[in-house]
Design a binder for this molecule. Structure first.
Ligand code: ASP
Length: 343
């Protein structure tokens, strides 16, 4: 890598963005990323040096899992001192999970990691891929006095940069596929790149990057619904391998007050299995005690996920269990914002 321009590592994991339609068969197939600069000549106009690395076997992000998260984090670790920023091309389906997981894995992150993808393949005439890719690279290249401006895991899609662990995929068809309902966007691309400096994470840059690589996936996500039954729920909660549960409750963290349900929660927590209360609403926060239907949850010892997304709650739980956080401190640590994932 040459010149004073920022050095950006582009990591291609898979997803629609890197696909191209075979003109003869119309079948979508993975694009050879080594020829990226030739295929997208616009990239050569950017004031940065781009190096690309592709997964040997690019995946649809529906196949994403912690093993791949670790693979991505290890690439970041290996290049951390050599480059100024990272752009990760990823399928949109599970992008919010990967962004959340990376945010927890990369403690004291002081460089930009921008995840992006697209709804249409890069070779499609109406593609959203080029704008998403080009602007993500520009976002990752933003520097002030030689230092990166964005020092967190972001997700860029359709003119907006979000904090990755605040996002959710909200639409399977629109170019505007992501939302961050509980936290303002970090930057917007219009005629100018408009960065909302006051919303960026301000990490302690004197501390060294620590990469955490253990996840415990023995957890469950349970979404409440009217009529949920004891016969189905009890064996799930009592399953011997379950180490933690995320409960998607109604509104501001409310649940049925039927005694079988509350007793089941109580017994599960007593067994040392933490239960986190997150709301199934797309926006807003859990506030246990606001209604009679949540007051008991607080005294039983449910953890408040406040305004965390389910994606961030799941990955935070896997990360904390993987780190071996004791049950004694689990509630206090979970209720603390570790990477700006909750207000
Ligand atoms: N199924 C694709 C994926 O998540 C969709 C996309 O790339 O947006 O990999």
């Amino acid at each position: 890598m040459i010149s004073n321009d920022p050095n950006i590592l582009l990591i291609y994991t898979g997803g629609t963005i890197g696909m191209i339609k075979d003109p003869e068969t119309s079948v979508l197939k993975a694009f050879d990323f080594n020829t990226l600069l030739e295929r997208i000549p616009e990239l050569q106009l950017l004031d940065c040096n781009i190096e690309t690395i592709s997964f040997d076997q690019p995946i649809d992000s529906s196949n994403m899992n912690p093993t791949y998260w670790i693979q991505i984090a290890e690439l970041i670790e290996a290049y951390y001192d050599k480059v100024d920023g990272f752009v990760i091309l990823h399928g949109s389906d599970t992008m919010s999970y990967t962004a959340s997981a990376l945010s927890f894995m990369l403690e004291n992150l002081a460089k930009p990691i921008i995840l992006t993808g697209s709804q249409l393949p890069i070779g499609d005439l109406r593609t959203d891929a080029k704008e998403n890719l080009i602007t993500s690279i520009q976002m990752a290249s933003q520097r002030k006095s030689g230092k990166p401006i964005i020092r967190e895991v972001g997700l860029y899609f359709e003119y907006k940069l979000y904090r990755g662990n605040r996002t959710t995929k909200i639409n399977a068809e629109h170019f505007e596929a992501f939302e961050s309902l509980n936290y303002p966007h970090l930057a917007e691309s219009g005629v100018h790149l408009n960065i909302q400096h006051e919303h960026l994470l301000k990490p302690n840059t004197r501390k060294k990057l620590v990469v955490h690589k253990s996840f415990d996936t023995n957890i469950m996500l349970i979404k409440l619904f009217p009529g949920i039954s004891e016969t189905v729920l009890k064996p799930l909660f009592e399953a011997p391998n379950v180490k933690g549960i995320i409960l998607e409750t109604y509104g501001a963290g409310n649940t049925t007050t039927e005694s079988w349900f509350l007793n089941l929660l109580k017994a599960t927590i007593k067994r040392g299995v933490p239960i986190v209360n997150v709301t199934q609403c797309s926006g807003g926060s859990v506030n246990m005690g606001q209604y009679a239907t949540s007051a008991q949850l607080k005294s039983i010892g449910l953890i408040s996920g406040r305004d965390i997304t389910s994606e961030a709650a799941l990955t935070k739980m896997m990360y904390m269990l993987g780190e071996g956080v004791s049950i004694k401190t689990f509630k206090t640590i979970f209720e603390t914002a570790l990477r700006g994932e909750m207000s």
